[in-house]
Design a binder for this molecule. Structure first.
Ligand code: NAD
Length: 384
């Protein structure tokens, strides 16, 4: 097993370094192990606020370049997500190249865990697409820098209920901005996707006496959810244009694009799906032009991250829930800032994230012995 870097193997190819420079990444680690066929990349975007935390995604990428771009994009997103959420964490992410159904096994995951351990806490891993809660147990055999563990191991388990709770907070903040009241009674929420997050969200909305319209490509899933909570179930191609107070994307990314935006009737978009805007600039502006309130996805869906982050201090469900409740205030602040400064909401959220990073960088610029000396010199100072 060796920590190999493809960067040094292809010294003539400077495109990766260009990407690192332009996206301001701190470090990228290429992990290769012949025995297990592990090919993984760990990207640490920014550790100004704290150790980088982000899930490990396992995916059969078409090329190594595609995997590099994905891990750079996702890790940068984690920096912004943690910053806006007020966490003392930086942004990082890992990808393992390969089809989880074909190559995922104990040895591969434990080898990945060794690489995580070798970074001595600069990167803390968690679950993501292609990696399940039970897989985290293998990774945990080799590293303490892991979150998203099962409840029986003191972890936070499935993050979906907490993500859904955060989405509820975001919907309420946006409704309040629009109507002056938090009440969801008789408000109609059109949800795309009847998966893990939606199944919890529909329950919360039912308790709030909201009306729910739900759709899923898997008709059985949508039917069963609708039946349980007395919701209406419609065909997947009708959900975007449904008459509703809130359109709530909880399926895949890229749903807000030049084709769908003109069809949306709801004055608010607030849902869990990642990367909802196909193009931030273009489609963010289209939503502003149409006077639609868009709640930035990486803020409203931060409940899952806040939940796993709370494992680092010893998981306490009610404390985590309290932290996630703050998504309401954060979103209110973003929506106010966006309207005051005439900014798209995603840009207002980015501004808040960047301000916090800048301010913290400034605080860290002040000299303190413990933060400046490690090893023997650090020991001498800490003894004083
Ligand atoms: P999931 O896979 O359990 O559910 C997604 C559902 O969307 C599936 O049932 C799928 O059939 C359906 N779907 C896909 N395309 C569709 C379409 N065009 N129309 C209607 N339905 C469609 O996923 P999830 O865990 O519920 O997550 C939902 C979204 O939220 C994803 O984008 C995910 O990345 C994001 N997210 C989830 C979490 C979490 O804690 N699970 C945290 C943050 C973000």
């Amino acid at each position: 097993m060796s920590l190999s870097s493809e960067l040094t193997q292809n010294p003539s190819d400077d495109s990766i370094f260009s990407s690192l420079t332009s996206s301001e990444h701190e470090q990228i680690v290429f992990c290769s192990d012949n025995r297990t066929d592990l090919k993984a990349i760990i990207a640490i975007h920014n550790t100004v606020l704290g150790p980088s935390l982000g899930g490990v995604r396992m995916w059969p990428y078409a090329s190594e370049t595609e995997a590099v771009h994905d891990v750079l994009r996702l890790s940068k997103g984690m920096t912004y997500k943690a910053s806006v959420a007020g966490l003392q964490l930086g942004g990082g992410k890992a990808v393992i190249i390969g089809d989880p159904k074909k190559i995922k096994n104990e040895a591969l995951l434990r080898t990945f865990g060794r690489y995580v351990e070798s970074l001595a806490g600069r990167y803390i891993t968690a679950q993501d697409v292609g990696v399940h809660v039970h897989d985290m147990e293998w990774i945990r055999q080799e590293t303490k820098y892991v979150t998203g563990l099962p409840r029986r191991l003191g972890g936070s388990g499935d993050p979906s209920p907490m993500t859904a709770y955060g989405v509820l907070m975001g919907i309420k903040a946006a409704i309040n901005k629009h109507t002056g009241s938090d009440s969801l009674e008789n408000k109609t929420i059109a949800i795309q996707g009847a998966g893990k997050v939606s199944s919890h969200l529909v329950k919360f909305l039912y308790e709030e006496q909201a009306r729910v319209i739900v759709s899923d490509l898997d008709q059985d899933k949508a039917d069963s959810l609708a039946k349980t909570y007395g919701a209406e179930c419609i065909e997947p191609d009708r959900i975007v244009s449904a008459e509703a107070d809130v359109f709530c994307p909880c399926a895949l990314g890229g749903i807000l694009n030049s084709i769908t935006i003109p069809l949306i009737k709801a004055p608010i978009i607030a849902g869990a799906a990642n990367n909802q805007l196909k193009d931030e600039q273009e489609h963010g502006s289209m939503l502003v032009d149409r006077d639609i309130i868009y709640v930035p996805d990486f803020v409203i869906n931060a409940g899952g991250l806040i939940n796993v982050a709370s494992e680092l201090e010893g998981y306490d469900e009610s404390h985590a829930r309290g932290q996630i409740t703050k998504i309401y205030d954060i979103i209110h602040h973003i929506l106010d800032l966006a309207s005051d400064k005439q900014l798209p909401t995603w840009a207002a959220a980015n501004e808040i994230a960047e301000d916090r990073l800048q301010n913290t960088r400034h605080i860290h610029a002040m000299y303190t012995p413990s933060s400046h000396f490690s090893g023997r010199l650090g020991e001498l100072y800490s003894r004083k």
